[in-house]
Design a protein around this ligand. Structure first.
Ligand code: GYE
Length: 307
C-alpha cells in the first residue's frame, strides 16, 4: 500500500502543466535569446508550452491571451510590449482562475493582485549604471557635452525606466545636455535611421550616444561610420543588453560600455510556474542580477557570451 501511495503522489506532482506564453515580439537579439531560453527551459522542466509572438502589437497579445484562457492553460506568462492598458485582459484571466506571471517587462495596474509576480531586470538601475559610466567617461571633456539618446519602444517599461535612471544621474552635472532623443523601437534599422537624422541635424556636437539596447547601438554605429566619424572615439557609445555582437563591437573599440540586461529568464519562469502549481507563494518581484562591462573586459567576455 505504501508504495502505491508513493506512486500516486508521484503521478500527481508530475502532471504536465500547460503554460501559455505571450511573447511581445522578435525585435532584437535580446528577444531571440529570451524566446530560446523560455522554450528550452519549458522542455527541460516538462512544461507544455503554448507560445505566441505578438510582433510588437499589444492587440495581438490580447488575442493570444484570450486564446490561452479559452484553452484553459494552467498559467499564463506575459512579456508586455507596453506598460499601460492591461487591466481588462488581466481581469479576464483572473475571472477564469488562471494565474498570470509577468516576464521581462512590467505593467502599470492599480490592482497588483492581477498578477502573481514580475520576473525581470531593474531597468531604472540599468539606466543609472549607464549614467554613472557617462559621468566617469566625460569627466575631462570640455563642456557642454552633447548627448543623443535612442529610446526603445514608446510606453515600454525598459524604455521609460532606463531613460529615468540615466537622467537621474545625469542631473548631477550641468554640462551634460541631451540634444536629441527619439524612439527607435529597439531595432537596428530604426536605430540607424534615427542616428542618421541626429547627425544630419547636430553633426559633431553629438559627443555621446546612449542607446537603450544593443541592436539600436549597432544600427547607430553604421550611421556614424557612414557619416565619416569613428564610433567609440568621436562619439562615446553606451548601450544596454550585452549581446555577443555588442561585445565584439566593444572589443573593436566601437562601443565603450554595455550595461548588462539578462534575457535568460526561462529557468526562473519555469521554477515560478512549478512553485505556483505546487501551491507555494511567490515573491511579488524576482530581480535578475546584472553587471556592467567596459572596453577593457570586452575581448575576454565576448567569447563566453551565451546570446
Ligand atoms: O533590452 C531589448 C528588447 O524588454 C529588456 O527589449 C527588454 C528589452 C531589451 O528589445 O533589446
Amino acid at each position: 500500500i505504501a508504495s502505491e501511495e508513493t506512486a500516486t503522489a508521484a503521478v500527481v506532482s508530475d502532471r504536465e502543466f500547460t503554460l501559455g506564453f505571450s511573447q511581445l515580439g522578435s525585435e532584437s537579439d535580446w528577444r531571440l535569446a529570451n524566446t530560446d531560453s523560455v522554450k528550452e527551459a519549458a522542455a527541460e522542466a516538462g512544461i507544455r508550452l503554448r507560445f505566441d509572438n505578438a510582433e510588437q502589437s499589444q492587440t495581438k497579445q490580447f488575442e493570444a491571451i484570450r486564446r490561452f484562457i479559452g484553452e484553459k492553460v494552467d498559467v499564463i506568462a506575459i512579456a508586455p510590449v507596453v506598460q499601460s492598458g492591461w487591466e481588462p485582459i488581466l481581469k479576464e484571466a483572473k475571472q477564469a482562475g488562471i494565474p498570470v506571471i509577468l516576464s521581462d517587462r512590467n505593467v502599470e495596474v492599480s490592482d497588483p493582485s492581477l498578477y502573481v509576480t514580475f520576473i525581470g531586470s531593474d531597468f531604472t538601475e540599468e539606466g543609472r549604471k549607464a549614467g554613472k559610466y557617462l559621468l566617469d567617461k566625460t569627466r575631462d571633456f570640455a563642456g557642454p557635452v552633447g548627448i543623443a539618446e535612442l529610446k526603445g519602444t514608446e510606453g515600454s517599461s525598459p524604455s521609460i525606466e532606463r531613460g529615468k535612471g540615466f537622467r537621474e544621474i545625469m542631473a548631477k552635472r550641468e554640462d551634460l545636455v541631451i540634444l536629441e532623443s527619439e524612439y527607435a523601437d529597439f531595432t537596428q534599422e530604426q536605430g540607424k535611421e534615427a542616428m542618421r537624422s541626429f547627425l544630419n541635424k547636430r553633426g559633431r556636437d553629438i559627443r555621446v550616444l546612449f542607446a537603450h539596447n544593443d541592436d539600436m547601438a549597432l544600427g547607430a554605429i553604421e550611421a556614424i561610420e557612414e557619416y565619416g566619424l569613428e564610433p567609440g572615439k568621436d562619439i562615446v557609445i553606451i548601450s544596454v543588453d550585452g549581446t555577443r555582437k555588442a561585445f565584439e563591437m566593444m572589443a573593436e573599440g566601437k562601443i565603450n560600455c554595455v550595461v548588462e540586461c539578462n534575457p535568460l529568464l526561462g529557468p526562473n519562469l519555469m521554477q515560478a510556474v512549478k512553485e505556483l502549481m505546487a501551491g507555494r507563494t511567490l515573491p511579488k518581484r524576482i530581480i535578475t542580477p546584472e553587471s556592467v562591462f567596459t572596453e577593457e573586459m570586452a575581448e575576454k567576455e565576448a567569447a563566453g557570451r551565451k546570446y
